[in-house]
Design a binder for this molecule. Structure first.
Ligand code: THU
Length: 132
């Protein structure tokens, strides 16, 4: 289980990232924070587009920021949506998470501003596709 202080930082980072969400079409703002193996936190928000299919989820924004800084290992991540909807990562994001995480990587899913549940990646994506 990720340390309490780090968990708090991840939640704070996800909340701050959500405030930057560009979601004029759905109105549903999402924020994510990823802890990399060296202890850095990378955050991201959802970024929508008038051509809807080009929209990017918050999780992938955060992960791509991490990877583009040369870090390829997710230690933990937190995701917050809007309202009281649990912010479960979509299927595409689960697959992208699995590229940079292990089955035991913890994913903190917020249910409201301060309620959360901790899952592992293998809870959310059993039998993941990997080329190895
Ligand atoms: N969204 C995310 O950012 N992450 C997810 O895992 C699911 C959905 C975003 C995409 C879109 O901007 C909005 O939420 C509504 O689907």
């Amino acid at each position: 289980m990720v340390e309490e202080s780090i968990l708090k930082e991840l939640i704070k980072g996800a909340r701050l990232a959500r405030s930057k969400a560009y979601a004029p079409y759905s109105g549903y703002k999402v924020g994510a924070a990823v802890l990399s193996s060296d202890g850095e936190i990378y955050t991201g928000c959802n970024i929508e587009n008038a051509s809807y299919g080009l929209s990017n989820c918050a999780e992938r924004t955060a992960i791509f920021k991490m990877v583009s800084e040369g870090k390829c290992e997710i230690k933990a991540m937190a995701i917050i949506g809007s309202g009281d909807t649990p912010a479960f990562p979509c299927g595409a994001c689960r697959q992208v998470i699995s590229e940079f995480a292990t089955g035991d990587t913890e994913i903190i899913v917020l249910y409201s501003e301060d309620k959360y549940q901790v899952y592992t990646l293998k809870d959310l994506l059993p039998h993941t596709f990997k080329l190895d």
